[in-house]
Design a protein around this ligand. Structure first.
Ligand code: UD1
Length: 342
């Protein structure tokens, strides 16, 4: 593939779920990329998948973002124009059991990265944040002006802390976009890359697809007595490739800006709230597979209902979703079948 851009984007955690899909979209947009990942929670085959989809060789470095000297060395050898920082842990449950590891990895790696960027005067940064920063917002359809509520988990705390750090860091001449993801699901339509959950999945869609594939006995719908039309929680499920394209837009957004200091947060969701039970029924409808599920008690720490007001990102980035829920679920199922060899 020819490179028609002067952008050279460093992608940390680029072998992860959202990172890998973003690398595909960056390459498709003509950007030169360098991918770093510790591979602690991903596998080299994801990088091979990116290479197959894009028909290009990916420059990959196995680096942990807590490692200042390796990052420093990489920045010395490359002239990066921007950085997208995905590298982080993302399991809510695990963060409750092992909070220190979450603060060290999620907050620590951001601080190391900022130090290295400052040293090498790389100033444009896109950060992976989460709607979890809102806790249970007063408005169910939440916009970026909503205050941070009490975080539901140490994972949520790390995202709030990182955003605060970034807001302050911007005064040291950084230009930062924080993208607050809602619930990314699905996989690349090629089925060459997708999510690789470790152990028993916490998240809904990997649990659904593993149950449909016979890996799990049955899905439990956590809570049917919420104040929602069908009693189950409501979320904003968004195709991971749509999440990915927003990062390409974010790079372009910063490039068009003349300000020296920027900190802007954007919701990254569809704007449509879907209940857990609606999603389960839609999965059965679009895939035609049977899915054993049972109605169970609430999961502690779950927010009742939240979905994005995506008005800001639509207006400022000119970004809109390309995939609907049916396509997202179909791609998730195709990826699961590929993983299981069925
Ligand atoms: C949360 C965060 C999100 C974060 C993600 C990381 C919120 C609102 N969202 O997502 O920002 O990036 O964790 O993991 O805080 N469910 C079941 N059965 C299951 C699994 C899940 O019913 O086996 C239900 C949950 O109770 C929830 C919904 O499905 O109502 C979605 O759960 P999940 O996929 O884990 O994502 P969130 O908790 O919304």
């Amino acid at each position: 593939m020819t490179q028609n851009s002067t952008e050279h984007v460093l992608v940390t955690g680029g072998a992860g779920y959202i990172g890998s899909h973003t690398v595909v979209e960056l390459i498709a947009a003509g950007h030169k990329i360098t991918l770093v990942d510790s591979l602690e929670r991903s596998e080299y085959r994801i990088i091979e998948g990116i290479e197959s989809i894009t028909n290009s060789k990916v420059e990959f470095h196995k680096i942990d973002c807590l490692d200042f000297s390796s990052l420093d060395d990489l920045f010395s050898k490359n002239k990066f124009t921007s950085v997208i920082h995905f590298a982080a842990y993302k399991s809510v449950n695990e963060s409750v059991v092992n909070p220190i590891a979450y603060y060290k990895n999620n907050v620590g790696s951001l601080l190391v990265l900022l130090e290295v960027m400052k040293k090498h005067q790389v100033i444009d940064l896109i950060f992976s944040s989460s709607c979890t920063v809102y806790g249970q917002p007063d408005q169910v359809q939440v916009n970026e002006l909503a205050p941070f509520k009490k975080p539901e988990s140490p994972y949520g705390s790390t995202k709030q802390m990182c955003e605060k750090i970034l807001e302050d860091a911007a005064t040291e001449n950084f230009r930062i976009v924080s993208l607050r993801y809602f619930n990314p699901i699905g996989a690349h339509p090629s089925t060459l890359i997708g999510e690789l959950p470790i152990g028993i999945p916490n998240n809904l869609v990997p649990y659904v697809t593993q149950t449909a594939a016979g890996v799990r006995e049955k899905l439990t719908v956590f809570g049917t007595d919420y104040n929602t039309p069908d009693g189950s929680c409501i979320r904003d499920f968004i195709h991971v490739s749509d999440v990915a394209t927003a990062h390409v837009k974010a790079i372009g957004y910063l490039k068009c800006k003349t300000e020296k200091r920027i900190f802007e947060a954007f919701n990254l969701g569809t704007g449509v709230g879907v209940s857990v039970l609606e999603l389960v029924k839609k999965f059965i409808e679009v895939t035609g597979v049977s899915l054993k599920y049972t109605l169970g008690p609430r999961r502690s720490g779950d927010v009742e209902k939240v979905f994005a007001d995506p008005g800001k990102i639509n207006t400022h980035f000119g970004w809109y979703t390309q995939y609907d829920l049916s396509q997202s679920l179909l791609h998730a199922w195709q990826w699961e079948k590929k993983l299981r060899g069925v």
